[in-house]
Design a protein. Structure first.
Length: 79
């Protein structure tokens, strides 16, 4: 039982360090060929998360407001 207190103290000290970095409010700026990768809903019957990468113009053609969705669904920028 004496080892529980040091473990609890170590966990409380490490918790702030494990916090995620804050997400960007809007998608980062890029050129016309920059591809923005975002999480999309999995196919029906699947639980595997999918990521799609498209240019800003391609996202707009799909009816997606890239800047509004980036904070929730953005994964990475290529190019």
């Amino acid at each position: 039982m004496t080892f529980v207190k040091p473990l609890l103290a170590a966990g409380l000290l490490a918790a702030p360090m494990l916090a995620a970095t804050p997400a960007l409010a809007t998608a980062p700026a890029g050129g016309p060929d920059t591809r923005y990768c975002m999480k999309v809903e999995p196919l029906t019957g699947s639980r595997v998360e999918r990521t799609m990468c498209m240019t800003r113009a391609e996202w707009e053609q799909q009816g997606v407001d890239l800047d509004a969705e980036w904070a929730k669904e953005g994964v990475r920028v290529e190019g």
